[in-house]
Ligand binder design. Sequence first.
Ligand SMILES: [Cu+2]
Length: 270
Amino acid sequence: MPYPDLPVSVKTDLASMSMREHHHMWHLARNPDFWNSLTPQEKADLTAQGWNAPRFHGTSGSGLDFLGMHRNMIPHVNHLMAQAGDPSWPSVVAWMPIPWSESDADWPMPPSWPGMHPSMGEAKSPASVSDNQQAVAQLTDPAVLKQVSLDALGRYIEGTIHAWMHNRWSAQPVADVWAPEPENDYLGAPFSSHVNKHFWKLHGWIDERIRDWERANDRQADLSDAWSGPSMHTLQPMAEALGARVRAAKAFIFAVDRRALTELLAIPRG
Ligand SMILES: [Cu+2]
């Protein structure tokens, strides 16, 4: 039996338009393909609302942004889970280990669907599992963690196992990927991924890597410079403001960065 879904009250809160737009815009603003496709006016509008990312994903500093922003999301959902009181979801608990088998009893890999992005097909292939098992062996080896900055760790995670997990556990989305209902919990796009139960298992796993890094380096992670975007409380309805441009970005995918993977696998193990 697949693991139970998130409690309805938690899903409903996560599906709010402010949560959706925040997570969506945060990922989008860090994507150079998206940002560079905007008109000067659109850039100015986004900048006025605090959505000018200080750097794009994959560049220096972006790994801290990635780790810090997603770490910030966890206390909120922990609070929602505590209120819901569902024994299956007491708090965010990391996958440990990652459920590698496609027929895992609790976390089976959702089937492919016609027209899915090639990245999904790649992540659902048996061949991709061994690459990612190697990546995980690197990311959890104290000898490797001693050689990388926290920023580099975040960049490696975002571009390798993170993108792979999003794509591998994606299921066919609902017909309208911009639907506000909690049923729209497509893991393959940031407008909806955080409404999906798999998101909290995989981001729980990622958050644990910060603690591993702290242990390996015997110092506390400093995420104070991480960019989290504008405060949720002042958030404007960006989907309306940007109209077609934001809708056009529905092709957003969590892209695997082959270069990051190659670099990560080349770091000498302990
Ligand atoms: Cu995210």
